[in-house]
Design a binder for this molecule. Structure first.
Ligand code: NAG
Ligand code: NAG
Ligand code: NAG
Ligand code: NAG
Ligand code: NAG
Ligand code: NAG
Ligand code: NAG
Ligand code: NAG
Ligand code: NAG
Ligand code: NAG
Length: 550
């Protein structure tokens, strides 16, 4: 099966770009286990080239690069270039069984990564099981003209990658979650650039430190690589200015904290304008599910001013919103605006020919197996009441391309089967159990698509950071409660909506996105909380005209 897929790829690579090979930058990603010590204990983790976090990729807008993924680990893996649209080339997008079968131990896979109009910060990560817990790194996309940013050139640029650390092997955590159908065990710490920081045991000497000169400005390329949580991030005594998100520029927004979804990136300018001292930057959970366990730790790193001074005995900690402050999270996300100036025009579709309404729910299946969760139920998740069943025999892209029946069906509904009070304090029990299916939504080439994502309170409401592969989208509106089809569209922002690839749909609320389906291929859409993805909250959207693939 995999050999065949590889041949298709080889053919495409030969046809597509061998002649300009000299101009193409090549990278080698060797997947291998390496021992790392955190929180007083050592375990082997999956890494790229032995590094954790993995290597940063530096590219220029519009560039195409090639990455050879060589699997010398004992586990399957696939690799995804998060937010890279890969125009007309879905073959190296990465999600397992969606666009490829996993690369097995001893195997390799050459991935062509095609940048187009993305500019700013993106990231790469594994896209199989929960291997991305340790397999991730930053992608820095520079403008064609070096430092021609639409903001003052920063003195220095620094990726700040937020993640989690489990003391247990992540495969054990994953297998146990799949077997029990319960919530996964929460992480033991959050990390900043791979380090938990001063507040966690055995971590102090390795805290990440950013040295700054008074009076200079630094660009922090913030990435949330965590598997399971939206995070709050802040720097003590400093305001920061948001200038970009998901590789699109934003209007400058001065804030004291940010909320960042797993999958999202936020570019921040930090002005070193405070008295010479040491200050903590910190990251902490935002967890909105009533009664759910959460990792209650705070990851820190240090901003230290250069110069001769006696620092405070303990650096000050920033104030972060409470773990369940939904207003603080939605308020930040809702204030992002595209830069939308003459050099960075927006092209939000104004007339829509494909309106879609997708409900996002946590659900439950009954489960006869004694290994199941206490109450004989398995947690599940669904879009429009369909809980996505990942194929295991073959990936959907190849089934589509080779017209092989029986791998998926293309009947994904445009709206939920029933409209009810989605966000009522208690929703009808009969809606708790979804249908299982491998359903694909087919979008006509060039169609203008609007999706209303409606969160529900079925089996308990929570936020869903929805991510779409193969396209970015404009977030034209959001609110709490049920979407009102008469009133809410009147309040859409069609002037400077932010362009994102991941958007947190607020707990018991809704968000509306728009995009043009002009990238032929099979593309994954899923909640970027991996426990929800593993409970099957996903659909595939397929832009038609596959024969246009170059
Ligand atoms: C690894 O991937 C291969 C397909 O490439 C699949 O047949 C096999 O079941 C996978 N193994 C595991 C443990 O998932
Ligand atoms: C590159 O950008 C800089 C800074 O914005 C500008 O001064 C310079 O003229 C630009 N050069 C070209 C060739 O566009
Ligand atoms: C998960 O937590 C439970 C309860 O603390 C513990 O018994 C179990 O060993 C943990 N499993 C993993 C994989 O961490
Ligand atoms: C129960 O679940 C375990 C773990 O997933 C699995 O190995 C076993 O085959 C299941 N038993 C039945 C009867 O489904
Ligand atoms: C979380 O940590 C805070 C501060 O350290 C503490 O006040 C609170 O009780 C903790 N909550 C839980 C649920 O452990
Ligand atoms: C947040 O949690 C605290 C208890 O830790 C509770 O008192 C408060 O009502 C919660 N707030 C929200 C908005 O749920
Ligand atoms: C959102 O935050 C801004 C700035 O802090 C504040 O002025 C506004 O009242 C907040 N809105 C809500 C709904 O909390
Ligand atoms: C839906 O439920 C919410 C929460 O219970 C309630 O405030 C609202 O009035 C309900 N809406 C309708 C239309 O019944
Ligand atoms: C979802 O599907 C299940 C199974 O087919 C059905 O019993 C249930 O009523 C559906 N729920 C909704 C909200 O339509
Ligand atoms: C798709 O849209 C592009 C840009 O708007 C246009 O140039 C092209 O002709 C359209 N193609 C089709 C098949 O509609």
């Amino acid at each position: 099966m995999r050999v065949l897929a590889f041949q298709v790829l080889k053919f495409l690579l030969l046809g597509g770009f061998l002649y300009c090979q000299a101009l193409v930058h090549h990278h080698t990603f060797v997947v291998k286990d390496a021992p790392y010590t955190r929180l007083c204990s050592t375990k082997k983790i999956m890494t790229i080239n032995g590094q954790f976090p993995g290597p940063t990729l530096y590219v220029t807008t519009g560039e195409t690069i090639v990455v050879d993924v060589i699997n010398k680990s004992p586990h399957n893996i696939t690799m995804h270039w998060h937010g890279v649209k890969q125009p007309n080339f879905p073959w190296s997008d990465g999600p397992e069984y969606i666009t490829q079968c996993p690369v097995q131990p001893g195997g390799q896979f050459r991935q062509k990564v095609i940048f187009s109009d993305e500019e700013g910060t993106l990231w790469w990560h594994a896209h199989s099981d929960w291997t991305r817990a340790t397999v991730y790194g930053a992608i820095v996309i520079k403008p064609k003209n070096g430092t021609a940013y639409p903001y003052p050139t920063p003195h220095e640029e620094v990726p700040i990658i937020l993640g989690e650390w489990w003391k247990k092997d992540i495969f054990e955590v994953y297998d146990q979650t799949r077997a029990s159908g319960a919530d996964p065990n929460v992480s033991d710490a959050y990390t900043i650039n791979g380090q938990p920081g001063d507040l966690l045991p055995c971590s102090k000497s390795d805290s990440f430190k950013l040295s700054v000169d008074y009076g200079k400005t630094y660009l922090l390329r913030l990435i949330n690589a965590a598997l399971q949580d939206i995070l709050f991030f802040s720097i003590a005594n400093h305001q920061v200015t948001v200038v970009g998100t998901d590789a699109g520029y934003t209007k400058p927004l001065r804030v004291t904290y940010v909320a960042i979804s797993p999958g999202q990136t936020i570019d921040l300018l930090l002005e070193a304008n405070q008295p010479l001292d040491h200050y903590y930057m910190a990251a902490k959970v935002y967890s909105s599910e009533n009664g759910a366990q959460y990792d209650n730790t705070t990851a820190t790193a240090i901003v230290q001013y250069n110069g001769n001074y006696t620092p405070s005995s303990t650096p000050p900690l920033p104030n972060l919103p409470a773990f369940n402050d939904t207003t603080a999270s939605a308020n930040f996300t809702g204030r992002l605006r595209s830069l939308a100036d003459k050099n960075h025009p927006i092209d939000v579709p104004l007339s829509i020919n494909t309106p879609l309404f997708f409900t996002l729910s946590d659900n439950k299946f009954t489960c006869a197996n004694t290994s199941c969760w206490t109450t004989q139920t398995r947690l599940a998740a669904s879009v429009n009441n369909i809980s996505f069943q990942t194929p295991t025999r073959m990936d959907i892209l190849r089934a589509y391309y080779n017209q092989i029946n029986g791998v998926y069906s293309d009947k994904f509904p445009d709206k939920p089967p029933v409209f009810f009070n989605f966000t009522a304090d208690s929703t009808p029990l009969i809606y708790e159990t979804p249908t299982k299916g491998t359903e694909v939504k087919v979008l006509e080439y060039n169609s203008t698509v609007e999706i209303v994502f409606q969160g529900t309170n079925v089996a308990g409401g929570t936020d869903h950071p929805m991510h779409i592969h193969g396209t970015s989208f404009y977030v034209v509106g959001w609110g709490f409660g049920n979407f009102d089809k008469d009133k809410d569209p009147l309040k859409y922002n069609l002037v400077d909506p932010p362009l994102q690839n991941t958007i947190a749909i607020p707990k018991n609320g809704w968000s509306v996105i728009r995009f043009k389906a002009s990238n032929p291929g099979v593309w994954f859409m899923h909640c970027h909380l991996d426990r929800h993805m593993s409970w099957d909250i996903s659909i595939i959207h397929q832009h038609e005209m596959m024969h246009n693939i170059s």
